[in-house]
Write a protein that binds this ligand. Structure first.
Ligand code: TRP
Length: 482
């Protein structure tokens, strides 16, 4: 991809920093989208929701809802030229509408912040597993058996036990969570150019390289046909299940980093000559491909090892290491795998923190580094609380009804964001861009014309609000539809 050249400084009046190139913008946006959502949450949700029906509905949501909303969010940012909330206010003002519409971005910002809390916990597990595999690589090197499987001589139960053991070891879990949060804070404190952009431009290409390698490896050693069957064959009954639909919608938004103020913020850093429609298409394609391919990489290994797909949050951690045991060069592949997941998680977590930091920087004209540390610390504390969910001694239920019934703090935060805050924010964005914002202003920003433009208009004004609204209501209150 060619570098479009820097336009930093071309518009001295703009209040926000700028990406140094279109490449940097795409890498940062893709880096924010591709993360634990694709590698950990997608397989987990797919397993829990029974496979095919969920996947099909997820793809439906990406194309018909995610893509139009993604374009809407980036265009609000570029038209508003500020942090997410301020951008939405600016566009509302220019359109003669109430600045209260910025509530859409505010809900999203809270969502992004809450995602960060539990995201960092899972990313902490990833760091821990990278450590486990570093140990394993060094012991297989010293025993001269590097071409063999991982965890030589360990029985399967002991491998399955690595995660529960980590859960019981609260100090270790919190230390890893702290380490990950510290790295995230460090990057965000350095700013858009010095931190976020650098991480994205270096880590994302490395991620894709590793991802390609692991996928080829998995497809050539695992039970691919069962995985394909699980991912794509579905029964119609489940497709109509409002709970499955809400999970799929939430996953589509989560994975594309929508409804979380993020893409508005990143859009505001985009230069005038970036075609937002094309860029949105690229981001959505890259993100969705990674999710589907991750499913194709993970489930074959899971099935080949005779394990269950319903592991949920633990799927990635409990099942994969077992599988690496029976694979050639298992310890090295395992290490590369978790390093890759770490890269993907970091490029997302910096964006999650940036959502609130960039708001506070413009709102209070305060010091970026201090804000990064402040917000990061609060997120760390809430995340630590959530991490006790995995520690069997504590069963804390915050709200014990509806979709939150018997959900521990961790699952509560996950559901609150994925199934409530992100859809609500996306709904407000869709109504705002479809009905409230000045048509001319919107059309100047979106870089589309002709039929695609008309289709997008229809989707954002009619289909998105309707579908998100209906799924939200039926998913949250299934008793309505019986
Ligand atoms: N898309 C990220 C992932 O798949 C998670 C995410 C959701 C996110 N909302 C975000 C990341 C906002 C950055 C900013 O892992």
């Amino acid at each position: 991809m060619a570098l479009a050249g820097s336009d930093a400084g071309a518009n001295p009046a703009a209040s926000t920093e700028k990406w140094s190139s279109r490449f940097a913008f795409i890498m940062a946006a893709v880096g924010s989208a591709v993360g634990l959502g694709n590698l950990w949450r997608f397989p987990a949700e797919t397993g829990v929701n029974g496979g095919g029906a969920f996947v099909i509905f997820y793809i439906f949501c990406v194309v018909l809802i995610g893509l139009p909303v993604l374009l809407s969010e980036t265009l609000i940012g570029r038209a508003g030229q500020s942090s997410a909330i301020e951008s939405m206010k600016n566009v509302a003002r220019k359109s003669g509408a109430s600045p209260l519409w910025s509530l859409g971005a505010a809900v999203g910002m809270v969502g992004a912040f809450l995602i960060l809390t539990f995201y960092s916990v899972i990313a902490g597990w990833v760091i821990y597993y990278a450590g486990v595999f570093i140990n394993d690589v060094s012991s297989s090197l010293s025993s001269g058996n590097i071409s063999g499987g991982a965890f030589a001589g360990m029985n399967a139960d002991a491998i399955q036990d690595i995660l529960p053991a980590l859960h019981k070891n609260a100090d270790m879990m919190i230390a890893m969570h702290a380490l990950f949060m510290a790295i995230t804070i460090f990057v965000v404190a350095r700013g858009v150019h010095g931190g976020i952009e650098k991480v994205a431009v270096w880590l994302m290409p490395m991620f894709f390289l590793l991802f390609l390698g692991v996928t080829i490896y998995s497809l050539s050693t695992g039970d691919t046909s069962r995985a394909l069957d699980f991912l794509f064959s579905f029964d119609a009954q489940r497709l109509l299940d409002p709970k499955v639909q809400l999970s799929a919608l939430g996953q589509a938004l989560f994975s594309l980093s929508l409804g979380s103020a993020m893409m508005i913020t990143y859009g505001s850093y985009a230069s005038r000559d970036t075609n937002l429609a094309k860029t949105s298409g690229m981001i959505a394609t890259a993100d969705t491909s990674v999710a589907i391919i991750a499913g194709l990489a993970i489930f074959p290994i899971v099935f080949a090892a005779g394990l269950s797909a319903e592991g949920g949050p633990t799927l990635l951690f409990a099942t994969l290491p077992t599988a690496f045991q029976s694979m050639p060069f298992g310890s090295i592949i395992g290490l590369l795998f978790f390093v890759m997941v770490f890269f993907a998680a970091l490029t997302s977590s910096v964006a999650l923190l940036e959502a609130s930091v960039s708001w506070a920087v413009t709102r209070f004209n305060a010091n970026r580094a201090m804000l990064a540390v402040g917000f990061g610390l609060v997120a760390f504390v809430i995340g630590t609380w959530a991490s006790f969910s995995f520690n069997s001694q504590s069963k804390l239920y915050l709200l014990n009804f509806g979709i939150f019934e018997e959900q521990n703090v961790f699952n509560f935060l996950d559901k609150l964001t994925g199934s409530v805050l992100l859809p609500v924010s996306a709904l407000l964005v869709a109504i705002f861009v479809g009905w409230v914002a000045d048509k001319q202003l919107v059309d100047e920003e979106n870089g589309m014309s002709g039929a695609p433009h008309m289709i997008w208009r229809f989707l954002i004004a009619w289909l998105c609000p309707l579908v998100i609204g209906v799924i939200l209501i039926t998913g949250l209150f299934p008793q309505i539809v019986g």
